[in-house]
Design a protein around this ligand. Sequence first.
Ligand SMILES: [Zn+2]
Length: 243
Amino acid sequence: MKMTVLGCGDAFGSEGRFNTSFYLEEGNRKILVDCGASTLIRLKQLQIPVDQTDTIIITHFHGDHYGGLPFLMLSNWIEYQRTTPLTIIGPKGIEEKARNLQEALYPGTTNVIDSMDINYKEYEESRWVQHEEIGIYAQKVSHAPPSNPHGVKVKIGEKVFAFSGDTEWNDSLIDLAEASDAFVVECNNYLEDSPGHLSYKTIMEKMNQFNTKKIYLTHMGSEVIGQPQLDLERLEDGMRIEI
Ligand SMILES: [Zn+2]
């Protein structure tokens, strides 16, 4: 499975990094994990064809994770005249959230975009659900409750990509990391957790409980980005990693 890091920054664009978002490729499947405000721009910068994504997975309803959907939809519709199916998978309420956001940002476009072949699916918590060749496992995590926060695992063939979403410490992270080939964990802060977010210190204390082949840090604020040396690998915008 190939992972392209479209962005690994926080909600504030700290140090000029783009919103955390990943592009996964395995076989002929192309999956976008989270779609923040900067995601469409990053797809274009990295020359990834916008209309080839077949599945979009949204972890929670915060702008840096789902706020880019209307731009992506408009591009698919106007620039690509997309006819191939697109599945959008997310927490309960994903369809209503996506449609309301579309109408807020581009009034009058929701009905037109409905002419595209878009299927919305909601997570089933704490169990694997198969969507064609893609297995998806979602777990509730600890972040702003109105955003309906989740971490996810995505399995295609033998490879498992795991992502914490945005969260403070929660034992569900152990379950999310379990048997994954890569566990991408949010690391907003350096030494102190903040409401809804993890610190590097906490991740170091807990990492022995993660049964994963490799841990990567994402959703980093300035302090984490600015540390000269850390014992865990920090992602960088534009990285391409074979997992
Ligand atoms: Zn968030």
